[in-house]
Ligand binder design. Structure first.
Ligand SMILES: NC(=O)c1ccc[n+]([C@@H]2O[C@H](COP(=O)([O-])OP(=O)(O)OC[C@H]3O[C@@H](n4cnc5c(N)ncnc54)[C@H](OP(=O)(O)O)[C@@H]3O)[C@@H](O)[C@H]2O)c1
Length: 279
């Protein structure tokens, strides 16, 4: 007696070894991308445009830079991009971001929450204020935005996808990263909780990406300073990460009708796995 949850058409196809691997299009789907002007965000926005999605890109305050970015991306990859301004640490701005996405066509399919702060604090200057500032930037703002987005998707019965951004420092203990890594590790736990709360029949997938040393964005300064050279020199990683490496994983996690949720994917070329190989 087959389960009543088994699709008979699909079961028949599979019995005949006829499988459907066709990637489902993001065409016409509204995806909110706060931080989409940044180093990793730009590659993600480009891939979304290539896929026909409708990205709503959030930037903090540099309007001129955002407008130039919008024009360049539309020239290179086709459009349109909607821009929304403001600091998502402000609850009113988070509402504005979500409203800007809903204004496109009354629905929100995806959220890719990129904003974060490297929280570079010297060891002897690390205090409660520094930790609290990092918590607000790297945990509070993205988590509350993600929860509000999940609430909207759930209310509209949209089987959407949410991607949060942690870091390799959030999955592996790196010396000197107390301020940055704590909230980034907590963000992973928040992602799992949201995945649990909005999973099942509601089917809103929530996953976390943890990039390694990538050549664009906030890690670029560290790469330029030579901080990560030893990892390549001693064969711990084959090369530095590229923004495209991260964008492709985000695309996978945004796949309509995807079957991945509550996962953290570390996109670091094996850096955390093989870090002990450094002499
Ligand atoms: N790049 C890497 O190798 C790497 C490695 C590990 C983890 N990550 C994580 O990946 C995410 C993206 O990093 P990225 O390298 O692309 O950084 P990025 O180049 O600095 O871009 C971050 C973007 O987010 C915006 N932003 C930051 N805080 C915001 C806020 N409170 N409200 C609105 N917008 C805000 C920034 O705007 P402004 O330019 O106006 O400040 C910027 O456009 C971050 O969460 C980061 O921790 C990156």
């Amino acid at each position: 007696m087959p389960s009543r949850f088994l699709d008979p058409e699909q079961a028949k196809k599979h019995a005949e070894h006829r499988f459907d691997f066709g990637r489902k299009s993001l065409g016409g789907k509204v995806v909110l991308v706060p931080g989409g002007v940044g180093g990793l965000g730009a590659a993600i926005t480009a891939l979304l445009l290539q896929d026909g999605a409708l990205p709503v890109v959030g930037y903090r305050s540099q309007r001129g830079r955002a407008l130039a970015f919008q024009q360049k991306m539309q020239d290179l990859y086709g459009g349109p991009i909607t821009l929304v301004e403001g600091d998502i640490q402000d609850p009113a701005v988070r509402e504005r971001y979500l409203q800007a996405a809903l204004d496109v066509k009354g629905d929100l399919y995806g959220l890719v929450a990129l904003p974060g702060d490297p929280a570079r604090v010297k060891a002897d200057e690390l205090d409660g204020a520094a930790l609290a500032a990092s918590f607000k930037a790297n945990y509070e703002a993205p988590v509350l935005l993600a929860r509000a987005a999940a609430g909207i998707m759930s209310q509209k019965a949209t089987k959407g996808a949410i991607v949060l951004f942690s870091s390799m420092q959030g999955v592996h203990p790196f010396e000197g990263s107390l301020a940055y890594a704590g909230p980034k590790a907590a963000l992973i736990q928040a992602g799992l909780i949201l995945a649990k709360e909005y999973g099942g029949a509601t089917d809103i997938r929530v996953n976390v990406v943890a990039p390694g040393a990538t050549t664009a964005g906030m890690a670029r300064a560290s790469i330029d300073s030579g901080k990560y050279d030893a990892y390549v020199e001693h064969g711990v990683i084959p090369r530095f990460g590229k923004p495209e490496d991260v964008a492709k994983v985000v695309r996978l996690l945004l796949e309509p009708d995807g079957y991945l949720t509550g996962q953290v994917i570390t996109v670091d070329g094996g850096l955390t796995l093989r870090r002990d190989r450094l002499p």
